[in-house]
Design a protein around this ligand. Structure first.
Ligand SMILES: Nc1ncnc2c1ncn2[C@@H]1O[C@H](COP(=O)(O)OP(=O)(O)OP(=O)(O)O)[C@@H](O)[C@H]1O
Ligand SMILES: O=C(O)C1=C[C@@H](O)[C@@H](O)[C@H](O)C1
Ligand SMILES: [Mg+2]
Length: 168
């Protein structure tokens, strides 16, 4: 089995994915963390030094590699649906879980670590940037996923439990 978790920045992909993998005793890969390991620099530095297009190409290559592996939970980065090529890969997967979060949940969840998210940290109006990016991406998240879980007002354990109902 392979499970891929998608959703906007701050929807909980990393924390939920890690916990789910522990619960299921499966391998866990966080794509953002893996990209930082491969590139030996932070995502912020990748964006600053080589730009978003470069980052997106590394991300696609990694997604292709990881979707050949079995017994793995994969947490993607929030922008995985930016490229149609990635959406096509995800549509071929059996378990793509969308963590669906409202603007206010996202805003609350990203507030502590805004500096780790280059697309938000330069913004003068974070809420407006979240709204704009989310409206550009929402159809793509829906298209790429086959299981949708609303995470608003749920704690991490509740989200994990709900995923388990779908994939068990
Ligand atoms: N359901 C939840 N309840 C409470 N806190 C949450 C929940 N989901 C996520 N968080 C908190 O929100 C923050 C962001 O979560 P996380 O890093 O998992 O998001 P992400 O979807 O991986 O974001 P990114 O796309 O930027 O990597 C973390 O501090 C996490 O603990
Ligand atoms: O939503 C996005 O475009 C991003 C989300 C993060 O997970 C990182 O992958 C990066 O900061 C880009
Ligand atoms: Mg993450």
């Amino acid at each position: 089995m392979r499970v891929v978790i998608i959703g906007f920045m701050g929807s909980g992909k990393s924390v939920v994915g890690r916990k789910l993998a522990k619960e299921l005793k499966m391998e866990y890969v966080d794509m953002d963390t893996k990209i930082e390991e491969i590139e030996k620099r932070s995502i912020t530095d990748i964006f600053k030094e080589d730009g978003e297009v470069y980052f997106r190409n590394v991300e696609t290559k990694l997604l292709k590699d990881l979707t050949t592996e079995d017994n793995i939970i994969i947490s993607t980065g929030g922008g995985i649906v930016s490229k149609n090529e990635n959406i096509d890969i995800l549509k071929n997967e059996q378990n793509v879980i969308l963590l669906d979060a409202s603007v206010s949940t996202i805003k609350k969840n990203v507030s502590n670590e805004i500096n780790k998210r280059p697309l938000l940290k330069e913004s003068k109006d974070v809420e407006e940037t979240i709204k704009t990016l989310l409206s550009e991406r929402i159809d793509k998240y829906n298209k790429a996923s086959n299981i949708k879980i609303n995470v608003d007002s749920k704690n991490i354990d509740e989200v994990v439990s709900e995923i388990l109902v779908y994939i068990r």
